[in-house]
Design a protein around this ligand. Structure first.
Ligand code: NAP
Ligand code: GLV
Ligand code: GLV
Length: 326
């Protein structure tokens, strides 16, 4: 029986797979503090954490038995991977199972900002609707427009696939060309061209040193004044101050955001703007997907506890190291 610390209650589908083991679950509604994580992980063999938990060297050192850090997310920017690898601690994530769900939300945001769905809903609730009118709440067409996808990974490609039905022209920028993208007639371009030519720009890169503030003032100024920016990747990929400036000065038409630079705190200036749609980091938040993520996280932990290489290990060197140390 292994000892496992879980930093939040997860869907039952995952918990029940771990029932043979000794589980300690943090029951708070808000993320645990660093001190609470350190206290929880002490003496544990496995840590299951969320993207809101920053897992650093100090936390890793507080449990010498720790074999695996299993993130309940595909993004792993919250974990100091190199530090984990150095210590022979396996890190896993939950890729694939959430791809379609996040692509769906990306499209929901794209359509909501272009067709002013949230503004329209507020307008109705405020009983402002006086009847159909030729100039009431005009927005932008989506069908036939140009979609710029930054990051041709799993989610970026799933977003492109949906664009087929809207007869969109697709441009993409990524570290390398991608065959599936090219099957959708997506054109591989540099970032400059993508920003200049797209009517919708959607971010699907991970947060890394290279993608931090990938979109700043210079990039926003390249975009069309009629274009929209959609971000379901990570808040820190965009310089949020520059984005607010762009939205206020109408350098771009609007933005739809699921992630924020300093979430969960959100800038007052952003909240006061009309040309934005904001959601609370719910990209993967469907019942089905959150259950699948919980199963995946549990399976990764079970494999690591058996000394096997988990299917979603992001640092296989750590596993090889731990095998040698046996
Ligand atoms: P993925 O399959 O790894 O795709 C990421 C893509 O970005 C890859 O094509 C990668 O290129 C490319 N890329 C990486 N660094 C780059 C750089 N510096 N410049 C240009 N392209 C770069 O990941 P995914 O499963 O699609 O997930 C993408 C991200 O979405 C996650 O990391 C996470 O942060 C975010 N996410 C958010 C939510 C939400 O709730 N809003 C949910 C899930 C995921 P290579 O192929 O060369 O590596
Ligand atoms: C969510 O943001 C994830 O990375 O899974
Ligand atoms: C609008 O409702 C129309 O019939 O054109």
């Amino acid at each position: 029986m292994a000892k496992i610390f879980i930093t939040r209650r997860l869907p039952e589908e995952g918990i029940k797979l771990l029932k043979e083991h000794d589980l300690e679950i943090y029951e708070g509604d808000a993320p645990p503090t660093k001190e609470e994580i350190i206290a929880g992980v002490k003496g544990k063999d496995a840590l299951i954490c969320l993207l809101t938990d920053k897992i650093d060297a100090e936390i890793m050192d507080s449990s010498p038995n720790l074999k695996i850090i299993a993130n309940y997310a595909v993004g792993i920017d919250n974990i100091e991977i190199e530090e984990a690898t150095k210590r022979g601690i396996i890190v896993t994530n939950t890729p694939g199972v959430l791809t379609e769900t996040v692509a769906d939300l990306t499209w929901a945001l794209l359509m909501a900002i272009a067709r002013r769905i949230v503004e329209g809903d507020n307008f109705m609730r405020q009983k402002k609707f006086k009847g159909w009118a030729p100039l009431l709440m005009l927005g932008a067409d989506i069908y036939g427009k140009t979609l710029g996808i930054i990051g041709a990974g799993r989610i970026g490609r799933a977003v492109a696939r949906r664009a087929q039905g809207f007869n969109m022209k697709i441009l993409y920028y990524s570290r390398r060309r991608n065959e599936e993208m090219e099957r959708y007639n997506a054109k591989f371009v540099d970032l400059h061209t993508l920003l200049k030519e797209s009517d919708f720009v959607s971010l699907h890169i991970p947060l890394t040193k290279e993608t931090y503030h990938l979109i700043g003032e210079k990039e926003l100024k390249l975009m069309k004044p009629t274009a929209y920016l959609i971000n379901t990747a990570r808040g820190k990929c965009i310089d949020e101050k520059a984005l607010i400036k762009a939205l206020k000065n109408k350098w771009i038409a609007g933005a739809a955001l699921d992630v924020f630079e300093n979430e969960p705190s959100i800038s007052d200036e952003l909240v006061e703007l009309e040309n934005v749609v904001l959601t609370p980091h719910i990209g993967s938040a469907s019942y089905e997907t959150r259950s699948k993520m919980a199963e995946m996280v549990a399976k990764n932990v079970l494999m690591a506890l058996e000394g096997k290489l988990p299917p979603n290990c992001v640092n296989p060197e750590a596993w090889r190291k731990s095998e040698r140390n046996k």
